[in-house]
Design a protein around this ligand. Sequence first.
Ligand code: HEM
Length: 448
Amino acid sequence: MTVLPPKPPARPDKVSLWRYVKLFRQDILSAQPAKLYRAWMAEFRTPFFRSFMVNDPKVLNRVLKEQPDDFPKSSRVSEGLRPLLGDSVFLTNGDVWKRQRRIIDPAFEGGRLRDTFPAMWEAAESAVSRLETGVTEIEEVTSFAAADVIFRTLFSIPIEDEIASEVFSEFRDYQRSQPIVNIAAFLPMPRWMPRFFRRRTRETAKTIRGLIRRLTQARAAEIAAGTAPDDLATKIMTTVDPETGEKFSPEEMIDQVAIFFLAGHETSASALAWTLYLLALYPEWQDRLAEEAEQLEACDFAVMSKLKLSRDVFREALRLYPPVPMMVREAGCPVEFRERHVAKGSQIVLSPWHLHRHERIWERPDEFDPERWKTESGRQCAREAYMPFSAGPRVCTGAGFAMVEGPLLLSMLLKAFRFELIEGREPVPVAHLTVRAKDGIWLKVGRR
Ligand code: HEM
């Protein structure tokens, strides 16, 4: 019998609005009905606005690629993140967003990834040397490792650095108090309703921004003195927008660093933790990856082209457990989707979580099968119904970065260690800031 990776229980198709609100507060994923894994589109009505969850690849294409300017990011979602992220590229829209991407994108181009690689390699080596054998909570391990990658690539400092470790621990507090898909995006809550997490979230956000300010100020001084290291922060702070001739102001840079840190480490940590869990569930795949990892010798970017299995496994983990489970856009003008009227101001929910497990699109959608990427049907699904990094002009800036980081860290860890399941501790996926396990992911770590 095929072993299926864990999926949260979907709610029955009919529940009262009150029960839905309760379920939603507990966990967004299990609050959704099972029929959404089969539907092309679903409508949720509230007294204040309408939400449409969209799984039809043609409609997704329209929202993300053909008319992205007509579907800006929903302000209902960004509201909760603004105290921390200010006007970061993750939240802005229109011309401000376009200008920000023109400055940021060059730092993440293919060629720059090669320059960033040694810092990732060092972070991976540190993760291996830190890991101890025995029963271990893996999300903790991968969060630390992914944060280390970000600090080393962005600011050339390891996670052990005093400011870096403080930022890391403050972010953990923040994560616990703030779900990424703000409840207000779906539910009938007027905007003025007080949110219970407001004060604590604001305080943590202020502390984090103060710490980041110290890093960016120090870097600005090094750039002025000509002593700055050639890392992502220097690249972004010195890039001039070709259209306006402007650079980021110091305050804007704080916004961008906050999102790089948040989007960059939470997501990769979630993806790596679920991949390690899947490999514990399928030990034959773990052995194949460990064998492939024998090719990792010296720090050389060219080795990435040899880690093919690791890449396929990582992609499959991103399909089953997309770290960003849902994204929300707003209809900037009235439109028709699948012959249904969508009024201006409606919320459009794009759900990698449902799309990646859609029963009418994928073959054996709930099965872990990294070989699927080699088949014609798998390739077609990858083009039409796979968007762990979103798609179109607003695609994740760090997608290429993450697809190097993930397979590299995975291979380094598997070369040295074996990961085994612990009976009775099956993780249940829930949506926090990213898709995490309800009580953590516990595995037994042994030396290989
Ligand atoms: C496995 C790892 C990652 C996943 C699954 C992921 C996923 C995503 C997704 C789905 C979005 C779009 C969100 C939306 O439109 O609402 C996004 C945006 C973004 N990501 Fe990632 N991400 C990952 C890693 C990274 C890394 C490593 C960085 C930077 C170092 C990064 C930086 C960003 C930024 C700046 C945006 C905002 C882009 C924009 O709105 O223009 N991400 N990411």
